[in-house]
Write a protein that binds this ligand. Sequence first.
Ligand code: LMR
Length: 395
Amino acid sequence: MMLQSLKEQPQDKIIRLIQEFRDDPRTQKYDLGVGVYRDRSGTTPIMSAVKRAEMRLWETEKTKAYTGLAGEAEFRDAMTGLTLADSVPSGRLASVHTPGGTGAVRQALELVKLASPSARVWISDPSWPNHLSIADHLGLPTRNYRYFDGHSRAVDFDAMMRDLEEAHAGDVLVLHGCCHNPTGANLDAAAWQAVSDLVLAKGLVPLIDIAYQGFGDGLDEDAAGVRLLASRLPEMLIAASCSKNFGIYRERTGLLLAIAESAAAATRTQATLAHLNRQNFSFPPDHGARLVTMILQDHELRAEWESELREIRERMLRLRQSLAGELRRLSGSDRFGFIAAHRGMFSLLGATGKQVMRMRSDKGIYMVGDSRINVAGLNEESIPVLAGAMLEVGL
Ligand code: LMR
């Protein structure tokens, strides 16, 4: 029997954690797992700019016929502007609308496989687990580069650059555009500059995953690294997600952008990307993309969205500061200052698997097994609980 021969697939640790949290019968439990924004009441609200766009769409939408195979040009242009601003001439760009940021990563790696199947894919250690598992699934060779200093909990930039010395021309370098997942430790402007020098000197092709634009320091600030590389490099791939910054997770809205060296290569890439969409899922889902387009194009909706996004960002920064402050108070030391220095939704605390499990069993605190916390899952009540638990397990 065909289906009986299926082997068990490795489970994604983030997806498994969602279920484990749900299955825990305790009433006192804290979900610091999956990367979904939550407000102070613990719910993931629909942004009001999104609701208003939905109301307008309901009134004005005339058809549910298919979009273009690559998605609507209006959406792709609006998202290209948000991500790249004017850092690269439009004649060198190709793009497809994909189901979410994961869809964009998948299509990017499919493109790499078609263009250069022996290219090695360099992934930070640690990274979002799906980077490695999608590359593995497609049979692409992968390598890790060191990224995180377990002691300072900052980027270990020297180690990263040393490891990347081993990369060959044509290898793919996966980078996080901002708000590194899972660490929360990010490249600064000087580091981006040095990475772009290295990529140019070695002839690497960056694949930048930017899933949290606007969650770190601001929409433009968070895209500065992507834009710097885009302005300097002949070729690059960018996977952008609207799940988090528009809060439309389940609408599955993302964009894969490819920067080609010439207009002719961009045209060929565009046709290949449309072909890949056709093979994998045919036409992309429209609803989320339509909302994003309306918000980005309409002055008033855009201002409302930007202000809601600012509130989200500022709340996460405040939570970071309170947690770092509580840890300073309880421990009498500054060793947890990294939590306030990190940006985005996540921080990697640097706890062992055993310590993570103890915090889960003793206090009902759920974080990913590598000790990644979702800062947006915290609130005034849980901050002292987490801080106390961290010290109790010996952090
Ligand atoms: C996460 O890292 O938790 C999010 O990006 C959600 C996901 O798909 O893993």
